[in-house]
Structure formats: C-alpha cells, structure tokens
Design a protein around this ligand. Structure first.
Ligand SMILES: C[S@@+](CC[C@H](N)C(=O)[O-])C[C@H]1O[C@@H](n2cnc3c(N)ncnc32)[C@H](O)[C@@H]1O
Length: 236
C-alpha cells in the first residue's frame, strides 16, 4: 500500500518527458519558484533551495538553470525519481545537487528525509538553513503535516516556504478519486476525502504562527499555491 501519490517516472530520461501530452499535468514549472529565486539571487549568490516532490523535473531543471551551480539544490522524492532526475541534471552539467530519495515502504516518504536533515541542522543552523522550500509532494496530511512542521524549522528567517496544491482533494482528483482508486476510501474518512489537506495544514500550522507571514508576490502567486515567509529575527 502506498499512502503517497507516486508519479510513474520509470524508464530512461526523465526530463525528456516534459511537454509530452501524457505528462501535461507535470510539464509546467512553478513560476513562483523562479520569481522567488531571482529575488533571492539579488542578495545571496549561494542560496540553499529545496524542492520536495519533483514530478518529472519541470521545476527542478528551471531552478538548476537559474542557480547555474551556485548554492545547492536539494531534491526529495522516491529513490528512483531523484536518481533519474539527478542523472539528467548532471548530464546537463549541474553539480550542486543533494538527492534525498525515499523507499516505497508504506510509511516512508520525504518526511523521514526532512526529519534527518532537521536533526543534522539543529546544531549547525538552529534558526534555519534553506532560503526557499517548495513543498509539492503527496498533498496528504499523513506526509505533509510532519513535513510542513519540519520545513518551518528548516527555512531561514527571511526565507520562503511555497505550499503547492492548496485546494487539492481526493474527491476532485482525476486520478485519485475513490471511483478511480477505490483503495483511498479504505485509507481515508469521507471528511478526509473531501477536505483539501494542504489548506487545512496551512491554516493549522502557518496562518496563526507569528513567525510566518503570507506573501502574495503582488498577486503573482497562483491560487493553487500558498506562499509564506519566515519573519526576520529581531536583533536583541
Ligand atoms: C506533483 S509532483 C511534483 C511536481 C514538481 N514539484 C514540479 O514542479 O514539476 C509530486 C511528486 O511527489 C512525489 N511523492 C508523492 N508521494 C511521495 C512519498 N510518499 N514519498 C516521496 N515522494 C512522493 C511523487 O513521486 C511526485 O514526483
């Protein structure tokens, strides 16, 4: 049983899938990520960026191009996806990659990888490490409550956390609704099938947190996403 939504990225060459009709829903990169990256690069030549959930690499390759081997790009997904994407990006000359793959065990996911990274940075960078994190994985509370809590810790003061699929639900998903995938009705309650998990996670963990503020980038954040900025620390 797989509680996360795997994208079947199997086969050779992940980036070559971008733009193919069968991968249309994964072919569009996040424009917000590129906008934010351009903004960050104005003051920081070596930013630390994370993309949690890579799909077929549509956003990852744009980030890598913009970074041009400056800073580091952390990529999280299932083992085979990050390995394949890593190979494709390395073949394009990008060497600033940190690959964090997960197994297909039922309860394994990027949450475990983020947990280990948070422990690693606890002492090294106690106030946060990443300039920008894009959380775009399973979109279910099972993985994304823990991941959001960890991303909040891992993002630096002044850094950004972009939450994808703000309004996504199982019931409205073309591929994961209970008719298409009857197992989901045994995993999740009726309420959980009809509720947007990420919106609820944002409302519970981010909206009321004085350390974070919502940012709309002057209206350039898609309604499918929610962007949060960690407030700069007050000098004591
Ligand atoms: C919508 S795609 C990400 C798209 C990508 N961010 C982009 O902008 O092109 C979601 C990704 O999350 C990954 N994912 C879902 N559940 C997961 C889990 N439990 N563990 C690891 N990765 C997972 C899927 O394999 C998929 O590649």
């Amino acid at each position: 049983m797989l509680l996360g939504r795997d994208v079947d990225n199997g086969g050779n060459g992940m980036l070559e899938r971008i733009g193919k009709p069968e991968y249309a829903s994964l072919s569009e990169h996040s424009a917000e990520m590129i906008l934010l990256l351009e903004q960050i690069l104005q003051n920081n030549g070596d930013p630390q960026i994370a993309e949690v959930g890579v799909g077929i690499g549509a956003t990852s390759v744009k980030i890598a191009e913009k970074l041009a081997n400056r800073g580091q790009l952390y990529l999280f997904d299932f083992n085979h996806n990050v390995a394949q994407l890593g190979d494709d990006l390395k073949a394009l000359g990008f060497t600033n990659l940190r690959l964090h793959g997960s197994s297909k065990h039922t309860y394994d996911s990027y949450t475990w990888q983020l947990l280990k990274l948070a422990k690693f940075h606890q002492r090294l960078s106690p106030h946060g490490f990443f300039d920008l994190i894009y959380l775009d994985g399973a979109h279910t509370f099972i993985h994304d409550v823990g991941s959001t809590a960890l991303c909040k810790k891992l993002v630096k003061p002044g850094g950004y956390l972009l939450m994808d699929d703000y309004n996504w639900t199982f019931n409205t998903s073309p591929t994961m609704n209970p008719e298409k995938m009857p197992q989901v009705a045994t995993w999740y309650s009726q309420e959980q099938l009809e509720t947007p998990h990420i919106k609820l996670v944002c409302e519970a963990l981010l909206d009321g947190d004085p350390e974070f503020e919502r940012d709309y980038l002057d209206g350039r954040v898609s309604p499918r996403r929610a962007l949060y900025r960690k407030r700069a620390r007050q000098q004591s």
